[in-house]
Design a protein around this ligand. Structure first.
Ligand SMILES: NC(=O)c1ccc[n+]([C@@H]2O[C@H](COP(=O)([O-])OP(=O)(O)OC[C@H]3O[C@@H](n4cnc5c(N)ncnc54)[C@H](OP(=O)(O)O)[C@@H]3O)[C@@H](O)[C@H]2O)c1
Length: 284
């Protein structure tokens, strides 16, 4: 198969390139096509003639999306529509990477793909627009909803915690948002397997288990040998971030398991991530 990977330079895109060795992968970044521009996207798809387009590109700044909703909707909504239309014109399937921030977080059980969505923030609304466009304009599509990504190629939450712990003995971290941290290498393998298995529809893809950001920080520091640094719980209100975030956004693994794919626990994934950080010199 020939795979056009849009967003290849991002945190997930980098790991998709590492993990997906069984097919021909054509990496694309903004230099190849800005997905906001329909003509650029069309030319890229016409030139590369892929079997699958994996759309891992997005405007991912959640608080930035509140300040600049036009940009969030242009990339995450219109960009997805441009890709879906080009895919349909040239006979490619689309795998769109989506988010747990589609949900309002009022549930207290893991979300299934068919549960109603009600995003609390602009980023979630723009990703919902992207999902809708993919469903409307792509003839053959799969949506992989994921959450709380961390990976060695990005400056994600655990890396920020490790950096903060270098100079501080005490950190405060939000304890009233619950989700499933997901390692981008594990997500990359799952996306590869879903595409190779010709998956269709909406599939939840996260590492198994759940925790708060505070518990995640504690586990990262414990595993990194920095357990002496105290992590104190604070509330979402105390953190005073610009964008609202769901209090609970755990995604049920049933839709992923139905495709014969299971992901390890977020704690095991954290161990692998720390090894990755050491291997690339980001952690001593
Ligand atoms: N990060 C999370 O916690 C999280 C959680 C749930 C879901 N997701 C979803 O997972 C996917 C991957 O996220 P990530 O954190 O790996 O992203 P990321 O590291 O922020 O990378 C974003 C990628 O999108 C590309 N991009 C941005 N604007 C573009 C445009 N106008 N045209 C073409 N490419 C553009 C960037 O390319 P350049 O480098 O060339 O600018 C980059 O490759 C996204 O769909 C995101 O919505 C992320």
């Amino acid at each position: 198969m020939r795979i056009l990977l849009i967003g290849a330079s991002g945190m997930l895109g980098t790991d998709l390139l590492k993990e997906w060795t069984q097919d021909e992968i054509i990496p694309a970044s903004t230099r190849d096509a800005d997905i906001r521009d329909a003509e650029q996207v069309r030319a890229l798809v016409a030139r590369t003639k892929p079997d699958w387009i994996v759309l891992a590109a997005a405007y991912t700044d959640v608080d930035g999306s509140e300040r600049n909703p036009e940009l969030a909707f242009a990339v995450n909504g219109q960009g997805a529509e441009n890709v879906a239309r080009a895919a349909s014109e040239f006979g490619a399937r689309v795998l769109f990477v989506s988010t747990d921030y589609l949900y309002d977080g009022t549930a207290n059980w893991p979300y299934e793909p068919e549960d109603p969505i009600a995003p609390l923030n602009v980023y979630g609304q723009s990703k919902a627009a992207g999902e809708k466009a993919v469903q409307m304009y792509a003839k053959d599509w799969c949506i992989a909803r994921t959450a709380w990504l961390f990976g060695a190629a990005g400056n994600s939450f655990p890396e920020k915690i490790l950096k903060a712990a270098e100079t501080r003995t005490e950190l405060t971290v939000v304890a009233d948002q619950i989700g499933s941290p997901t390692y981008t290498r594990d997500l990359a393998r799952a996306i590869r397997d879903l595409a190779r298995g010709e998956a269709r529809g909406i599939v939840n893809v996260t590492n198994s288990g759940s925790c708060s950001w505070c518990e995640f920080a504690q586990e990262v520091l414990r595993q990194a040998g920095r357990g002496a640094v105290r992590v104190l719980p604070i509330t979402t209100a105390q953190a005073a971030r610009l964008a609202k975030r769901p209090a609970y956004s755990v995604l049920s693994p049933a839709s992923l398991n139905a495709h014969g794919v299971t992901l390890r626990s977020w704690q095991e994934a954290t161990t692998a991530y720390l090894q990755d950080l050491r291997a690339c010199g980001k952690l001593p």
